[in-house]
Design a protein around this ligand. Sequence first.
Ligand code: PLP
Length: 359
Amino acid sequence: MSDEPGLTPATVAVTAGRPPHDPDQPLNVPITMASTYVAAGDLEYGRYANPTWTAFEDTLGALEGGRCLAFSTGMAAVLTVLDLVGLGAKVVLPRHSYQGSLMAVADLESRGRITSELVDIEDTAAVVAACQDAALVWIESPTNPALEVADIPAIVAAAHEAGAVVVVDNTFATPLLQQPLTLGADIVVHSATKYIAGHSDALLGALVTADDELHAVLLGRRSLTGNTPGTLEAWLALRGLRTLHLRVERAQANAQALLPRLEAHPAIAEVRYPGFGGIVAIVLAEGELAADLLVRKTKLWVHATSLGGVESTFERRRRWKSESPSIPVGLVRMSVGIEDVEDLWTDLVTALDTLTNAG
Ligand SMILES: *Cc1c(COP(=O)(O)O)cnc(C)c1O
């Protein structure tokens, strides 16, 4: 049994969510394409359940230490959680949350559904103060793309004292580098589109909770709204999960090898790194223009949004009108992939050098 306590995450990632080891059983869960099932069983209808989703959910749930539900996208999972908030109740969230989460909260607030307070998630005292009258405390750590890190246990304690539900968007850290449920959080959110699926080919979201009542509520919401995952996407994400530990390990090692070189380069004014993981943010000394030039001058690094794939990608975040104005215009978020780090550096430094030579 792969969800037995005591197994390391690498073993869980490989062995959870498998068919039983019986003769003629496939090693991998099949892609079950079904809108309905013969009656009187546990599944009944395709909007309620699917064995391929379940295999993915069992694996991610085992890694996070709770029960997982897969959703069509990360945003479907985000909106499902925000929908738990009572009419007019307050949501606390980081001012540098993922822009989609910020936009969703602003939209709900503009329609009078909820109220919100934006916080600097690294200013624990301010977050604790904001928790006092909150119904939901949203943590993203590290934040996207500012890479700020929250004191999760301290915020959880204050939020729970105020009777608030604590949610952690764990997309950047993955369950291998941070397990929010073990730190006291009530719900973990994932854009499984990113590291979990890991190959830039599928959209998927997930929620994980160790609270059976919350799980039942969230499952009920998914069944009603139909924010259900595609079967193929769930299968692809499960395929991705099998190597999550190897990919995260390599991406992190590559990122940490690049850090001192980036810091030493004259075209770069600032390097941000949360201390773990494969995402680095650099701020170009010459600002917006230099950043826009850099992302067009590389051959290996792909200019693209999103992150957490095997391939190295980067983008100037403020090219999005919806990105927070407190993110520097010359900030480039880098999702370091699993390629050879010397090849990655050669490609990058060649492009960076043209900036300083031209300037
Ligand atoms: C991408 C992302 C989301 C949204 O997920 P989608 O799968 O794109 O809907 C939510 N949170 C974070 C931190 C993300 O990076």
